[in-house]
Design a binder for this molecule. Structure first.
Ligand SMILES: [Zn+2]
Length: 338
């Protein structure tokens, strides 16, 4: 919306499984709040309650920042996917939108009708990717390309080309987690090929996500280290604890994260041959850990990212900043720039 005036305001809303958070951006691209404003998302109560919660999230940030609603020109919204490019939740449902009432539901259109303002939609990975890109390149964002991989429960992220999110014909572009990678040289000789909830064998998410640790990496590596302190723990608990062991230099944990880093490096190698981005962004808890562990992990990802000499000369690896606010802020940028 290039017609947004400097004194007008864009609200960005990030919708999650349990919470929404929101931010506010003025028409010149300056954030008017520097913290998170959060309320329960009520997604589990169905679409009507969830849309109401999104509207309340907007009201909350406007009230807290002392902004009159009349100044708001548009709203940026993100939700977890899969969803179409214009915000229709997949007809096959989605992890966060389990009830049939959500299947094929037009969440963008419903929020637009509820608040009476234009709503611009992105999935959460794309919104965070756009934020990382805009922060990194600033005024030159439109001249550059980037790829973001964000390690969470799943593997999210997005592809930015000339400053814009690559959405694809059906809105499914940038589903980086479900790209299959070659597993030779990553897996141990007797290690089964990891499986993903999407049905794929050996895709990026089957390694580089909390789900991948739970389903694949930890069960295998604990079978090789039966005396490890995590061996007796429920698997989800153990998966959440394994990073702490990695930070402390534990051998079994480092093998888990080495395999995650290798999968991410192979993803970035695909990106190098596909869009040849200027920056490869990494986000998630694994790179928000202690600096020494983060630097080791980044170094391993870099080692597994095979770039040509010409690419090494111009490309860099960087972190997704402010990950807790990246979705809301990227959504606001998307609404400002669309
Ligand atoms: Zn998958």
């Amino acid at each position: 919306m290039s017609r947004v005036k400097p004194e007008e305001v864009i609200v960005g809303i990030d919708n999650g499984a349990t919470k929404n958070n929101a931010t506010a951006l003025d028409g010149s691209g300056r954030f008017l709040v520097d913290r998170l404003y959060e309320i329960p998302s009520r997604v589990g109560q169905g679409p009507a309650a969830a849309i109401e919660a999104m509207a309340e999230t907007m009201d909350l940030v406007l009230r807290e920042a002392g902004i009159h609603r009349e100044r708001v020109a548009a709203v940026g919204l993100d939700t977890p996917g899969p969803a179409s490019a214009d915000g229709v939740i997949s007809v096959r449902g989605a992890t966060n939108f389990a009830q049939p009432a959500w299947w094929g539901y037009d969440v963008r259109g419903a929020l637009e009708a509820r608040i009476g303002l234009p709503v611009v939609y992105n999935n959460d990975g794309n919104a965070a990717a756009l934020y990382a890109h805009r922060v990194h390149f600033g005024a030159d964002a439109g001249q550059h390309s980037s790829v973001s991989a964000i390690v969470g429960t799943g593997l999210g992220g997005g592809v930015i080309e000339a400053g814009q999110v690559v959405r694809g014909a059906s809105g499914q572009a940038g589903e980086l987690g479900h790209l299959r990678i070659a597993t030779d040289g990553i897996l141990a000789d007797d290690q089964p090929v990891p499986t993903c909830a999407c049905g794929n064998l050996g895709d990026v998410e089957s390694f580089a996500s909390l789900t991948g640790i739970v389903r694949n990496l930890l069960p295998y590596w604990l079978s090789r280290y039966p005396d490890h302190p995590l061996a007796g723990m429920p698997i989800l608990e153990a998966a959440k604890a394994v990073r702490g062991f990695g930070v402390d230099g534990d051998e079994m944990a480092r093998r888990v994260f080495e395999q995650q880093a290798a999968a991410l490096g192979r993803l970035f190698t695909i990106a190098a041959n596909f869009t040849d981005p200027r920056v490869y962004f990494l986000g998630g808890g694994v790179v928000e850990a202690a600096p020494q562990f983060r630097d080791w992990f980044l170094g391993r990802v870099r080692a597994h990212t095979l770039l040509r000499e010409e690419q090494v000369a111009v490309a860099s690896l960087a972190l997704v900043p402010d990950l807790d606010m990246a979705g809301a802020r990227g959504s606001a940028f998307a609404a400002l720039g669309s």
